[in-house]
Design a protein around this ligand. Structure first.
Ligand code: HMG
Ligand code: MG
Length: 298
C-alpha cells in the first residue's frame, strides 16, 4: 500500500543542469544546492564526476563539492561512471556515489560508450571500491520503460539490470523513465517485474515529464509502495543522450501530490519555491513547475 512517508531525492543540480547549453557559474550551482539544503531535502545529487568532454557543464564538479555547504544528515551523492570518477569523488570528500546502467543496449552505448554487460562489470568494480571506503552507492536503470533508440523495453530486462545493481551492493535502485514515455500502465508492469527481484523498500522512481505523465506515474508507483521519488526543482533537466526528453518531474509538483495524500516528506514548499525562482531567474527562463507557477501567482 501507500507509504506513510516519502524521501525526495533531488536531482536538479545534476540531472537538471547537465544539459544546459549556457555555462552556469559554479557559484550559481553552489547557491542552488545550499537553498535545497535549507529546504530540508535529505538527498541532493550535487554533480557528476564524468568525462568533461561528454558533459562539459559539470566539469566544475570538484569546485562545486568544495564550495557547497554539507549539512549533517544530508546526503550529497554524485554520479561516477567508472573508477576514475570514483577516485575524483573520493578526493573531493564525497560520501555517496551513483552508478548508472541502462535497460537498453543502444542507450548504454550512446550514454556511456559500452554495452550493458560491460557497464555492469565496470560498476561492480566501482561498488566494491566505494564500499571498501565506506561510501554508499546508488544504482540507476535508465530507459526502464522506453528507449529513444530501440523504443519498447521489456519489463523483465529492466528488472534484470536493476537486480544486477542491487546484487552487487547498491543500497537502492532508481528505475528511470529517461525520456518520459511511460504511463501508469507501463510503470506498473515494469515495477511489478522489478519487485519480484528487489524489495520495494529498496526502489526509487525517476520520472521525466516529456508526455506530461510523470505525476500520474509517481502516483501509480506510490500505490505499489515505492517510498523514494527522484525529482528536480523547477522541473529542470533532460539527458544529453536522450534528444527531445524534457525535464524531470518538478520537486514542487511531487510535494503537492504527497501533500494531497497526506504523505509526510519533511520539506518546506516555500523554501523549494525560493530555490526554484532563484535558478529559473539565473537561467533566464520561466519556471518549469506548474505547481510553482500556481503558488507564486496567488
Ligand atoms: P570513454 O570515452 O569511453 O572513456 O567514455 P575512456 O575510458 O576511453 O576515456 C576517454 C577519456 O575520458 C580519457 O581522457 C579519460 O581520462 C577521460 P583523455 O585521455 O582522452 O584525455 N575520462 C574521464 N574524465 C573525467 N572523469 C571520468 C572519466 N572517465 C574517463 N570519470 C565515459 C566513457 C563513461 C567516461 C563517458 O561516456 C562519460 O563520461 N559518460 C557520462 C555520460 C553522462 O554523464 N550522461 C548523463 C548522466 S546519465 C542520466 O542522465 C540518466 C539518469 O538521470 C537516469 C535517467 O533519467 O535515465 C541517471
Ligand atoms: Mg534523468
Amino acid at each position: 500500500g501507500m507509504p506513510a512517508e516519502v524521501t525526495i531525492y533531488e536531482v536538479g543540480p545534476r540531472d537538471g543542469l547537465q544539459n544546459e547549453a549556457q555555462t552556469i557559474p559554479t557559484e550559481v550551482k553552489v547557491r542552488l544546492i545550499d537553498m535545497l539544503t535549507d529546504a530540508g531535502i535529505k538527498a541532493i545529487e550535487a554533480t557528476s564526476f564524468v568525462s568533461p568532454k561528454w558533459v562539459p557543464q559539470l566539469a566544475d564538479a570538484k569546485q562545486v563539492i568544495a564550495a557547497m555547504r554539507k549539512a549533517p544528515g544530508v546526503q550529497y551523492p554524485v554520479l561516477t561512471p567508472n573508477l576514475k570518477g570514483l577516485q575524483g569523488a573520493l578526493e573531493a570528500g564525497c560520501r555517496e556515489v551513483a552508478v548508472f546502467a541502462a535497460a537498453s543496449e543502444a542507450f548504454s552505448r550512446r550514454n556511456i560508450n559500452c554495452s550493458v554487460a560491460e557497464s555492469l562489470k565496470r560498476f561492480e568494480e566501482v561498488v566494491v571500491a566505494a564500499r571498501k571506503e565506506g561510501v554508499a552507492v546508488r544504482g540507476y536503470v535508465s530507459c526502464a520503460v522506453g528507449c529513444p533508440y530501440q523504443g519498447h523495453v521489456d519489463p523483465g530486462a529492466a528488472a534484470d539490470v536493476g537486480a544486477a545493481l542491487y546484487g552487487m551492493g547498491c543500497y537502492e535502485v532508481s528505475m528511470a523513465d529517461t525520456i518520459g514515455v511511460g504511463t501508469p500502465a507501463s510503470m506498473e508492469r515494469m515495477l511489478q517485474a522489478t519487485m519480484q527481484q528487489i524489495p520495494v523498500s529498496k526502489l526509487a522512481v525517476h520520472c521525466h515529464d516529456t508526455y506530461g505523465m510523470a505525476i500520474a506515474n509517481i502516483a501509480a508507483s506510490l500505490r505499489l509502495g515505492v517510498a523514494v521519488v527522484d525529482s528536480s526543482v523547477a522541473g529542470l533537466g533532460g539527458c544529453p543522450y536522450a534528444r527531445g526528453a524534457t525535464g524531470n518531474v518538478a520537486t514542487e509538483d511531487v510535494l503537492y501530490l504527497l501533500d494531497g495524500y497526506g504523505i509526510r516528506h519533511g520539506i518546506s514548499m516555500d523554501a523549494v519555491l525560493a530555490a526554484s525562482e532563484y535558478i529559473s531567474g539565473a537561467l533566464g527562463r520561466p519556471n518549469g513547475s506548474r505547481v510553482a507557477k500556481a503558488l507564486l501567482a496567488r
